[in-house]
Design a protein around this ligand. Structure first.
Ligand SMILES: NC(=O)c1ccc[n+]([C@@H]2O[C@H](COP(=O)([O-])OP(=O)(O)OC[C@H]3O[C@@H](n4cnc5c(N)ncnc54)[C@H](O)[C@@H]3O)[C@@H](O)[C@H]2O)c1
Length: 326
């Protein structure tokens, strides 16, 4: 079967989805919707698909099998509910929504409509992450003792769309956006859920009203302590996760590779053959649709990332450790 796909939001991430669809025989992109006509028409022309300003009109006219939702975070809930109500399977970009309550509304709509929902937690498909996960699961390095995840990049740069820096529209700053990836990565690598967090945030960005850094201590449901440190201020650049075991360490750098220390010194592993993470993501979605089983990154799973993020912001405000109730 050929699945017809419509894309909602023609912004930065839209091309990753459309490039992946081009590589897949079972998928055909048919249309794109964006309220910004110039952005929408540019993508429409580049990929030879129809353009709509209004996503509702697009869904009604095109009747796609799958809708990809790549909108600002505050629009995820209303768009997901609407598309599910019109019978579309959903690939909804991360973070799932602004709050656990919004996630629940989406989950209810998806369940009522009997469609599949997958949330775009792309960490599950990055080659270095997959290689590190296989090594963790092999047990070769002993017991996983701790995780140290660091992500620094200039978050307030002038090219970042303004909505990302507006708390009401984005739900938060660097932590809501990139912290969502780190929380997901820790949960996914450890096959667990975050159960406790203690966070300290700062608000020193030159634009907007969102946090620009965070230092978070977390615990997973299988007892692994983890630390996430992120900064979005100027002069910073780092994207590394270190996993400390009873018999060694792993360092993984998402776009670069994986290093292992067995004797106290890191050695780079031979990289695996890399597949496009967005192709792997679509393969999982198709598998879920065809087998009528929930994907790895299901709505329920993605909700757990939002629940943990809510606890992070609560802890940042109160200065007190928070339980995460999933
Ligand atoms: N998985 C990843 O690694 C990854 C990477 C980047 C972004 N994202 C996520 O993808 C989503 C989109 O991010 P982005 O960076 O592409 O943002 P963006 O601002 O570049 O794109 C959003 C687009 O939505 C359009 N839009 C806004 N309101 C609309 C409406 N009502 N109807 C139709 N179009 C509308 C905007 O005009 C814009 O073109 C976010 O959830 C973001 O967190 C995920």
């Amino acid at each position: 079967m050929l699945y017809r796909v419509a894309l909602i939001g023609a912004g930065i991430i839209s091309r990753n989805h459309l490039d992946a669809i081009r590589q897949m025989e079972q998928l055909q992109a048919v249309a794109v919707a964006d309220i910004d006509e110039s952005t929408g028409r540019t993508v429409s022309k580049q990929y030879g698909i129809r353009y709509y300003a209004d996503y509702r009109e697009m869904i009604v006219k095109e009747k796609p099998d799958i809708a990809i939702i790549a909108l600002p975070h505050y629009l995820h809930e209303q768009c997901a509910v609407w598309c599910a109500g019109h019978g579309c399977h959903l690939l909804l970009e991360k973070p799932m929504a602004l709050s656990t309550a919004e996630c629940d509304t989406i989950l209810e709509a998806v369940s009522k409509a009997g469609v599949q929902l997958m949330v775009g937690h792309t960490q599950h498909y990055l080659p270095a992450n997959l290689q590190a996960k296989a090594l963790i699961e092999s047990g070769e390095l002993g017991k996983l003792i701790a995780i140290h995840d660091t992500r620094h990049l200039y978050y307030f740069n002038e090219n970042r769309p303004a909505w990302f820096l507006d708390k009401k529209k984005a739900g938060g700053g660097i932590l809501m956006n990139l912290g969502a990836h780190s929380i997901d990565k820790i949960q996914w690598l450890t096959n667990s859920r975050i159960t406790k967090v203690k966070a300290a945030l700062s608000y020193e960005g030159e634009r907007g009203n969102v946090e620009g850094s965070g230092c978070i201590f977390l615990e997973t449901s299988n007892g692994v302590p983890a630390v996430i440190v992120q900064s979005g201020y100027t002069g910073v650049a780092k994207d590394e996760t270190e996993l400390i075991f009873s018999r060694g360490m792993i360092k993984l750098i998402s776009a670069k590779g994986v290093w292992v220390s067995r004797e106290g010194q890191y050695e780079e592993l031979e990289p695996r053959e890399a597949s496009d993470p967005f192709v792997l993501q679509f393969k999982d979605l198709l598998q879920a649709i065809q087998s009528k089983t929930e994907p790895d990154s299901s709505g329920q799973y993605a909700r757990s990332v939002i629940t943990a993020l809510e606890a992070v912001y609560r802890s940042g405000e109160t200065g007190v450790e928070q339980q995460v109730d999933n």
